[in-house]
Design a protein around this ligand. Sequence first.
Ligand code: ADP
Length: 497
Amino acid sequence: MKVLLVSPEVSPLSKTGGLGDVAGALPQALRQVGVDARVLCPLYGFIDPEPLGKTRQAGSIRLRIGGAARRAKVIETKLPATDVPLYLLQHKRSFDRKGIYSDANGDFTDNDERFLLLAQSALALPSAINWTPDVLHLHDWTVALTPACLNALPSGDARRQWASVLTIHNLMHQGVFPKTVLDKSELPHEFYNANGLEHNGCLNMLKGGIHHATKITTVSPTYSREIQEEPFAHGLQKSLKHRAADLIGIINGIDCAQWDPNTDRSLIRNYSIPDVEVGKTACKKDLLETLGLPQEEKRPLFFVVSRLDQQKGLDLLANVLPKLISDHDAAFALLGSGDPLLESTYKSISRENPDRVAAVIGFDEKLARKLFAGGDFLVVPSRFEPCGLTQLYAMRYGTIPVVRETGGLADTVTPWRPGKRSATGIVYEGMGEWELFLALEQALKVYRSQKTFSALRRNGMQRDSSWEPSAKYYAKTYSWAVEQRLKTIREEEDLKP
Ligand code: ADP
């Protein structure tokens, strides 16, 4: 099985969130289960050429966006420290920038054209590199028009046989543009309808993908059910229900080699299950020093590593945090960036409580790793969470997640209840601040019972969050998609006069 994964971000080269991690780790796991998985991603201006090692120009691609010719180079290399072939799309005008989707001034105004270029390149790359895929695996809205582009190919074109799998990492981001973008895409006008690319009078790239892809996956079983209802469907409920038979939830894994407290170079001391207590205490001391918090390592430390976005429920946490630290002997640290209002809210809580609260605004993977190792409780109060990776990293590093029961959080954290031996974290229901506050108090109760705390910690570290089972599930999904695509093509042939 030959599969081209197409993604706007791929870790460790480019990453704004979980999508980058998945695009970096899944292809390695797929190759280990026998899939010839390769990756196509843009060559952004900020990508450090250093870890890339040997690169070569493998070919070039000619496309038309809005009637104008575009030529992009294909740079072939390997995903750092792996054997995964990586094709970097070099088009300086589109991608030689400091951000993936935006910069300090907001979203790039030409994101429609930039990502049409990437979406169309998925069809053009294989002949440029002399390799024919069975499946195009598209990730999120930026490349969600690729299945429509496949369906628009003339019937004699051999590429029509390629199946397409669209993975939805976050339904909130849909790629909504004015109808005029249809002309830039050069897709047939009949694709622009309520069962296709049109939504509320605009062109909706993700909706187009949902209607045109052979199979659709999303990143957890619970989220795959949630998105068939509002408000989780973000307006696309009808489309998702229509495709329900082809919609599959596959839980994300993590790269267990890259995220291993026993080898992580960001940590002052490495550890594994037998020496977790000693290891985490050393890491906590180092973390408190880095954060400028007092060396009170017995004080429970809650923390967040997140994009600061309405989705993540961090406004709710900001409202209960002052009460948590006034009622209890607890400390808190935030690492995140995004919404300026949330950034300033957390900064001001930290200014008012310098001995208890630290707020670091920015994106810093080394500090994130120190937090996973040195913190006691990761808090994830998301309103919705397609999968979530931070709770997986936390458990792997012996940190207990406190999460809302939604999406992948519900699928990956086993809730603590008195007497439940397999628990890995605190899971709470309800959207309100009060429920969150009670969950944080429950975490403190667990902290006070050395035996329970230690059991949850160890259970989390023992959890298998590796990619292998999910990679096998993707491999099966690719086979189903190929079968279904060939059947569709045969039926089309039979209908020909
Ligand atoms: P999402 O994809 O919605 O942002 P996930 O939990 O799936 O959420 O993935 C987030 C990824 O981004 C994790 O790897 C997390 O550690 C990382 N991350 C988020 N914010 C930061 C930050 N400020 N600094 C470093 N890493 C971050």
